[in-house]
Design a protein around this ligand. Structure first.
Ligand code: ZN
Length: 178
């Protein structure tokens, strides 16, 4: 359950993430502030997936901090605890690896993630696929978009079995994108 204390932590995570990502924008032509993506992911979990677990919702807001900002693991642990840190680490790519390897590893790792990490990745892929079809990054060819959708579908194949509502929602967003 999301308790009063859980909601307080959730809002603290939202402020933290907004600050850490403050200079980043989404890749689409409308250049949405990056924090909108984090709000969408948490909202999909809450509204579509009916997820009420506080560490999962807090980690959803923080899911890109280690990968895309200067945030350290120590900072997340001190502010949000070891459980939230562990979830965020699970959904963080190893940026020392080449992009193609990272993308392949996402497919291979998906079935082995914890439930919390699978939920966040599902919601993340829903929002990313929605954005690619509704507000494509400038300069993306049709082929690049199709390749992205194929890859997202392959990652989600390994995440299935954790939340039927989110999985059905992904299928609908993917269908619409194709
Ligand atoms: Zn993300």
């Amino acid at each position: 359950m999301l308790t009063e204390q859980g909601f307080g932590t959730f809002m603290r995570a939202l402020g933290f993430a907004a600050e850490k990502h403050q200079h980043q924008r989404r890749k689409g032509s409308t250049q949405l502030p990056y924090v909108n993506h984090l709000i969408h992911v948490a909202d999909l979990l809450w509204r579509v997936g009916e997820v009420r677990d506080a560490p999962t919702l807090v980690a959803a807001l923080l899911h890109d901090t280690l990968e895309d900002t200067e945030t350290t693991a120590g900072e997340l642990e001190a502010l949000f605890g070891a459980q939230v840190l562990a979830i965020v680490q699970e959904v963080t790519d190893d940026k020392t690896l080449p992009k193609a390897t990272r993308k392949q590893l996402q497919i291979e790792h998906a079935p082995h993630l914890s439930n919390a990490a699978r939920l966040i990745k599902l919601a993340d892929k829903i929002d990313n696929v929605y954005d690619v079809s509704h507000d494509p990054p400038e300069g993306w060819s049709h082929e690049r978009m199709v390749a992205y959708l194929d890859w997202a579908e392959a990652v989600v194949a390994g995440l299935r079995g954790v939340n039927a509502a989110l999985e059905t929602h992904f299928d609908a967003v993917l269908d619409e994108a194709r």
